[in-house]
Design a protein around this ligand. Structure first.
Ligand SMILES: Nc1nc2c(ncn2[C@@H]2O[C@H](COP(=O)(O)OP(=O)(O)OP(=O)(O)O)[C@@H](O)[C@H]2O)c(=O)[nH]1
Ligand SMILES: [Mg+2]
Length: 187
């Protein structure tokens, strides 16, 4: 059984950094300029055992997909998106069993991602985890304010995270672990 988790978000929000943090090693190229990741970077993460039955647990193969940023931090369509990259990016989003929506904590929530979030959640029924990355650069008040704002706009729980310090990473893994246990795996 395969379970694909696609990482979406604006350019430079730290999607590839999050990918690397999840794997604990360098998987996807990171740089301080936007538009670094172009084609999807797909990688097998590991297995998760589901179910109480010790003899016959369900084994789920977790695959993460790091994607190019769809919009710039000014909320414009990203210039990296050639038709071929756009096609591959949307194909991966379409195939994903779960989405991690990365908000750049230093930028805030973009309108275009708000729209995409609703579309994916309510039209395509994708489970979505929203994370505010770069929270190491925010003080307590800023974190609280942005978290409340994003939760209100997206009607979704929000996790504060830092791909740099690793804050929130265990919780993120726990969230999808918990979700996998609730999935009806009977086919
Ligand atoms: N302080 C801080 N910087 C971060 C964090 N995550 C990423 N960065 C920095 O943000 C910049 C962009 O990181 P990337 O991981 O390349 O971002 P991306 O979303 O993959 O960017 P694109 O591939 O261009 O869409 C880099 O300079 C990272 O070092 C974080 O949690 N805290
Ligand atoms: Mg990237």
């Amino acid at each position: 059984m395969e379970f694909k988790i696609a990482i979406i978000g604006p350019e430079n929000s730290g999607k590839s950094s999050l990918m690397n943090a999840l794997f604990g090693k360098y998987i996807s190229y990171v740089s301080e300029v936007g538009g670094t990741t172009k084609n999807p970077v797909k990688k097998y993460w590991g297995k998760i055992k589901i179910g109480k039955a010790k003899k016959n647990p369900i084994i789920v193969d977790i695959i993460f997909v790091d994607l190019g940023g769809l919009y710039t931090k000014d909320d414009k369509l990203s210039p990296i998106l050639t038709p071929s990259i756009l096609k591959k990016t949307y194909e991966e989003i379409d195939k994903a069993d779960m989405i991690i929506h990365v908000v750049d904590g230093t930028v805030g929530l973009l309108k275009n991602f708000e729209k995409l979030h609703y579309l994916l959640k309510f039209r395509y029924n994708k489970p979505i985890i929203v994370v505010i990355n770069k929270s190491d650069l925010l003080n307590i008040e800023e974190k609280e304010k942005l978290k409340n704002y994003v939760e209100n706009r997206l009607k979704n729980k929000v996790l504060l995270l830092s791909a740099k310090t690793g804050e929130g990473l265990d919780e993120l893994i726990n969230i999808f672990h918990h979700y996998l246990k609730k999935v009806d795996w009977d086919v």
